[in-house]
Design a protein around this ligand. Structure first.
Ligand code: HEM
Length: 183
């Protein structure tokens, strides 16, 4: 339970800092109008696809945790050993594992398209932060996949890539960032 507790504390801190920054920007800047152009219409669709893709990616992580597979499960719930004997679930997980890197690259591409087509206001720091976190997730994912990655870098990449906290931060920052635009 220590891992879960640390995760919840981290989430609460990111949430509190984001609320404080949201209030700061809300009171300081005039609201950023949502652009209604042809490009931003399509860009909006990419944003929706990106959100579902992220949910899909973290769905795989959740499934792995429920099945007690991978270091994320061992870190968050040490000592937990489920007894699932459905071959179908393991087959689905196998497919998700083999396709994760491609789904990951596609997700990053779609969200980058969303960001650039919408013309995100980078002075609202939520947006550059999300951009950096996405590139971070993609770069260390690449290092994990690349055949020639040195052993130490691979270990570090696993540590920083196989994380829920990056996803939670992306989610919270994107949510509050969008609140500042849509109004
Ligand atoms: C937004 C993009 C991405 C997110 C949110 C993401 C998230 C995650 C998470 C949470 C894990 C660990 C838990 C789990 O296994 O599910 C993981 C594992 C992994 N990721 Fe990613 N990832 C992304 C993109 C990528 C990319 C672009 C690559 C490679 C090109 C990649 C390669 C890997 C590998 C090799 C593993 C470890 C092996 C495995 O569990 O399948 N990821 N990813």
């Amino acid at each position: 339970m220590k891992g879960v507790k640390a995760f919840l504390i981290y989430t609460a801190i990111v949430f509190a800092v984001s609320v404080a920054y949201f209030i700061y920007v809300y009171t300081l800047y005039s609201p950023v109008p949502e652009r209604e152009t042809y490009l931003s219409e399509i860009g909006g669709g990419f944003g929706e696809v990106g959100l579902w893709a992220l949910l899909f990616i973290y769905g795989r992580s959740l499934l792995k945790i429920l099945l007690g597979k991978g270091t994320l499960a061992k870190r968050l719930l040490p000592g937990y050993s489920p007894t699932v004997d459905s071959p179908l679930i393991y087959r689905v997980l196998g497919i998700l594992n083999r396709t994760h890197a491609y789904v990951g690259i596609a997700t990053i591409a779609v969200i980058l398209l969303h960001i650039f087509m919408m013309g995100m206001p980078m002075k609202i720091l939520f947006f550059p932060a999300v951009l950096v976190l996405l590139i971070w997730q993609g770069a260390f994912g690449m290092f994990l996949k690349w055949h020639y990655t040195p052993k130490e870098l691979r270990k570090f990449s696993y540590l920083v890539h196989a994380q829920f906290i990056t996803g939670v931060t992306i989610g919270i920052f994107s949510y509050f960032g969008h609140l500042l635009i849509d109004d």
